[in-house]
Design a protein around this ligand. Structure first.
Ligand SMILES: O=C(O)CCC(=O)C(=O)O
Length: 308
């Protein structure tokens, strides 16, 4: 089925465009997730965090930094969606990736020993932003770690709305290892998709007749203001529609694993490395140095297009 959703433009005075800087005295208290939020994540495989993630100056700094990186990236002729593993080439990003405001958000979900698995600026330009096929991250990462335990913080840098292709999830769809088919990479961020969901727009998902037995198949939209986030489990089915609106959509995905996970780097399809963020690591893992850049590694990955 073709993906031809009409996406209306977003008005400049739309209240959903304003960054969430609604700070309260308890905003940065630990733990940053309530018991209900942790329970929702465990049950549904994701949770929406409609509270400020970063302090105002941190968010503004990250946003300005991203704009500079995006400018360099697109001037090199590359698609905005393909800003994968930028932290390999730019260790200044660890100022945000390893800040307490982010790590305190994932600690209730992955525990006190935390490693960074990956990061990606997934920017969909206004007008022709690509679709993200329905997928489970765990399918692509299945040989890389034991056990499979990745929590992605999807930090909204731009407003993330149904109109501009916000991320969508199928709550509680946590099988993790579905069957996949090829899709067109000229219109999709990567080239494979869960077969029974192939090319379905978010609003068509509830009609999909081929869902595995017992699976509740209604997609939920992860609508977020800038400086809010979603957190999702690697096994969750998720994806996003194309961006045909007048508004860019960018999320910074920061993917964390418990540091006790054994990471099998030799199985990675692309050159890759992990970093210890907090606490104690697994004795058999090698952790890269977050105070330096790895330009050679970044070059080897350059152009591969996505972190899956
Ligand atoms: O940004 C999107 O639309 C999808 C993101 C995604 O697939 C992920 O974070 O794993």
């Amino acid at each position: 089925m073709p993906t031809t959703a009409a996406a209306p433009d977003v008005a400049a005075n739309d209240p959903r465009l304003a960054p969430n800087f609604d700070f309260r005295p308890e905003t940065f208290n630990r733990p940053r997730l309530t018991q209900d939020e942790v329970a929702a994540y465990c049950r549904d495989g994701y949770v929406l965090y409609h509270k400020p993630v970063l302090r105002r100056e941190q968010f503004d700094g990250l946003f300005a930094h991203f704009e500079r990186l995006l400018d360099e990236h697109t001037r090199a002729g590359l698609r905005p969606e393909s800003m994968d593993t930028p932290h390999f080439a730019d260790h200044r990003l660890f100022e945000w990736v390893f800040c307490d405001e982010v790590l305190d958000l994932v600690e209730p979900l992955v525990g006190p020993n935390i490693a960074l698995f990956s990061s990606h600026f997934l920017a969909k330009p206004a007008g022709d932003g690509k679709r993200v096929p329905w997928h489970e991250d765990s399918f692509y990462w299945r040989d890389l770690m034991e056990p499979m335990h990745v929590c992605t913080v999807w930090l909204s840098l731009d407003p993330s709305l149904p109109e501009n292709g916000c991320m969508n999830v199928i709550p509680n769809a946590l099988h993790g290892y579905s069957d996949y088919e090829d899709v067109d990479e000229s219109t999709n961020v990567f080239g494979t998709e869960i077969n029974w969901l192939k090319n379905l727009r978010t609003d068509q998902v509830q009609d999909a007749g081929d869902a595995p037995k017992g699976l509740r198949v209604r997609a939920a939209k992860c609508e977020l203001r800038p400086n809010e986030a979603s957190l999702h489990d690697a096994r969750l089915i998720h994806g996003s529609d194309p961006n045909r609106s007048n508004l860019r959509r960018c999320g910074y995905t920061m993917r964390f694993i418990p540091a006790s996970v054994l990471y099998q780097s030799r199985n990675h399809r692309f050159p890759h490395q992990i970093y210890l963020a907090r606490g104690t690591g697994h004795p058999d893992n090698h952790y890269a140095d977050p105070t330096r850049d790895y330009p050679d590694l970044f070059e080897q990955r350059f152009g591969t297009g996505n972190s899956h």
